[in-house]
Design a protein around this ligand. Structure first.
Ligand SMILES: [Zn+2]
Length: 237
């Protein structure tokens, strides 16, 4: 299995590693700074350099039990050392957007006791669905006010790895459906916005809520009787 460095340090922008396998679709690497995708966050794009040349990586895809760095360019050979660099501007926008979604669901859980049913994001834009019968304009105004406060609070975002048994004892993790984790996962990655939100999560996030920038709720709509959607945009301050 490829070691996923983005799980350890989301701010690492480049790496040197070894080609583990070469497929028609792309390359398996020994370790990677490319986020493989998941939890609503798309995979990273970037470049790989070797032999004084560079090739484009347009994303990462799980093929069988391998993480493949997708490329249409010529490929390095097995065992060759390559230097990787992610498209940092795009990744940082995704980190801000991903963290914004934690703030949103943290606030809605704390203030209204409402669960998330799904979500998706692209750089600086995202949507999140909630188990709600009604979503009024008053609700949206209250949520907007609350998220503005949480951004200003500059709350720290931390990552830690806990043994499965210990993670299962954190009451707030139950709502993020930690019990759906495959039985063979022995260590759970926990992402916490101190004092606001805690989740079992594989994504990349910024250091604190202030680094997200301005979160604007740009729309809400019904997606079914017990399902209401909020759309947000993330802006530079
Ligand atoms: Zn996350």
């Amino acid at each position: 299995m490829t070691r996923i460095l983005a799980h350890i340090d989301a701010y690492q922008k480049s790496m040197k590693t070894i080609v583990k396998d070469v497929l028609p679709e792309g390359l398996e690497l020994e370790e990677t700074i490319f986020y493989p995708g998941g939890g609503g966050q798309p995979s990273d794009s970037g470049i790989l350099k070797f032999d004084g040349k560079g090739i484009d990586i347009r994303g990462v895809k799980r093929i069988g039990n391998q993480l493949i760095h997708l490329t249409d360019d010529f490929k390095p050979s097995l065992g060759q050392e390559v230097e990787g660099e992610i498209d940092w501007d795009r990744r940082y926008q995704l980190m801000r957007t991903h963290t914004a979604l934690h703030i949103l669901c943290g606030v809605i859980w704390r203030d209204f006791g409402v669960q998330v049913t799904g979500g998706n994001m692209k750089p600086l834009e995202a949507r999140m669905d909630f188990e709600l019968e009604k979503m009024s304009t008053d609700f949206v105004v209250a949520v907007q006010r609350a998220i503005d406060i949480e951004v200003d609070e500059k709350r720290a975002v931390t990552v830690k790895f806990l043994p499965r048994e210990q993670a299962f004892k954190i009451p707030d993790l139950i709502r993020t459906k930690i019990n759906l984790l495959p039985a063979n996962i022995e260590e759970v990655r926990i992402v916490e916005i101190e004092g606001l939100d805690i989740q079992a999560d594989g994504g990349t996030h910024v250091y604190n809520t202030f680094d997200v920038g301005k979160i604007v709720i740009i729309g809400h709509q019904s997606k079914g009787r017990q399902n209401k959607r909020l759309r947000i945009r993330v802006e530079d301050v």
